[in-house]
Design a protein around this ligand. Structure first.
Ligand code: XUL
Ligand code: MN
Length: 343
């Protein structure tokens, strides 16, 4: 029995469209996704603001709160919680040049408006976490944005969210690139540094996604460790990624099994989850997957995580310590691989 709680977002079951081709699967309603997530073994749902309240730009603040309250009723009836709300600041034409760091004042104000509405939605859903995946906070054209001004604008945006509600926590999800290049927060180190520039550093932390770390050429378990040591790991998006290419969001552990094992190891050993944090998944089905098996990647990720938990439990730490004592890291590596290969 896993001691962790698990979460997933509705975007993790999608129709298979990509930059080169259209949808290949039928859309599934939000309600039926939520039911299926519960059946698979999820404890909570992750939300973008407009997953909870579609077409929110054309609604009043009251209407937004009312719609969110309806979603909360639905979650309650399924016995599910909400983990976080993330303003979707990359789809809207207002955010073509970024949200908080756009060169347009009007667009920056729009980003803050969506940030504050995300807080309203989070309160209605009964959660306190706002996730900022800073999709377009960077640039493809270096001369178009002064890097110092960009950091200050980002801090201003976060400060506005922090000031709006004293219980809200902001979790920045770093990613080095895609859709933009030269991200302002490419790694968790940047996130933690930025947290101390805000008006309430104790309410600004991070959410680490395995694939984003691999895209930065780094090791997910090390990045997770850095955030845990800083007391700033408040969410994870476990998944996998084949090298430094486009963002693949593959099932957890399917490409880099040893790295996945070490992620589970560091999370378990250092009591991630003891303050209610979830093991969040951010995985996408391959485009080739048929309709009737379009949840398989979520089931697989959960199963692989649980199998790796058993591998962590049966890892011979006494033998590891002997190897460390003798400084025989070749022996330790062989033991680790052998342990993972054993049935
Ligand atoms: C993008 C990404 C997003 C965030 C949620 O790469 O990971 O799905 O996790 O906004
Ligand atoms: Mn993610």
């Amino acid at each position: 029995m896993s001691r962790f709680k698990f979460s997933v977002g509705p975007w993790n079951v999608h129709e298979g469209e990509d930059a080169f081709g259209p949808a290949v699967r039928k859309p599934i309603s939000f309600e039926s996704k939520v039911k299926k997530f519960k059946e698979i073994g999820m404890d909570a749902i992750q939300f973008h603001d407009d997953d909870a309240v579609p077409a929110m730009n054309s609604l009043t603040e009251d209407q937004i709160r009312k719609e969110a309250a309806g979603v909360k009723e639905m979650l309650d009836s399924e016995g599910l919680s909400a983990e976080f709300v993330a303003p979707r600041l990359w789809m809207d034409p207002h955010t073509a040049d970024g949200g908080f760091t756009s060169n347009s004042k009007e667009d920056r104000e729009f980003a803050i408006w969506r940030g504050l509405r995300s807080v309203d939605i989070a309160k209605e859903l009964g959660c306190q976490k706002i996730v900022l995946w800073l999709a377009r906070e960077g640039t493809l054209c270096q001369e178009s944005k002064d890097p110092v001004t960009s950091v200050k604008r980002l801090v201003e945006g976060i400060n506005a969210i922090l000031a709006y509600d004293p219980d809200i926590k902001v979790l920045i999800e770093p990613k080095p690139n895609e859709p933009i290049d030269r991200s302002i927060c490419p790694t968790i180190g940047h996130v933690i540094g930025l947290s101390y520039l805000t008006s309430a550093p104790e309410r600004v932390g991070g959410l680490i996604e395995s694939a984003h770390v691999i895209l930065a050429g780094l090791d997910p378990a090390s990045e997770i460790g850095y955030a845990l040591a800083s007391g700033k790991l408040w969410g994870v998006h476990l998944n996998d990624q084949n090298g430094m290419k486009y963002d693949q969001d593959k099932s957890f552990g399917v490409e880099n099994l040893r790295q996945a094992f070490n992620q589970v190891m560091v999370l378990k050993k250092h009591n991630y989850g003891s303050s209610g944090e979830y093991i969040g998944l951010d995985v996408k089905a391959m485009r080739t997957q048929k309709q009737e098996v379009c949840y398989r990647h979520i089931q697989n990720s959960l199963e692989i995580f649980k199998l790796l938990e058993k591998k962590v439990d049966t890892f011979d730490t006494a033998y590891r310590d002997v190897c460390i004592e003798k400084r025989d890291y070749e022996a330790l590596e062989f033991y680790t691989i052998n342990h993972l290969l054993k049935g």
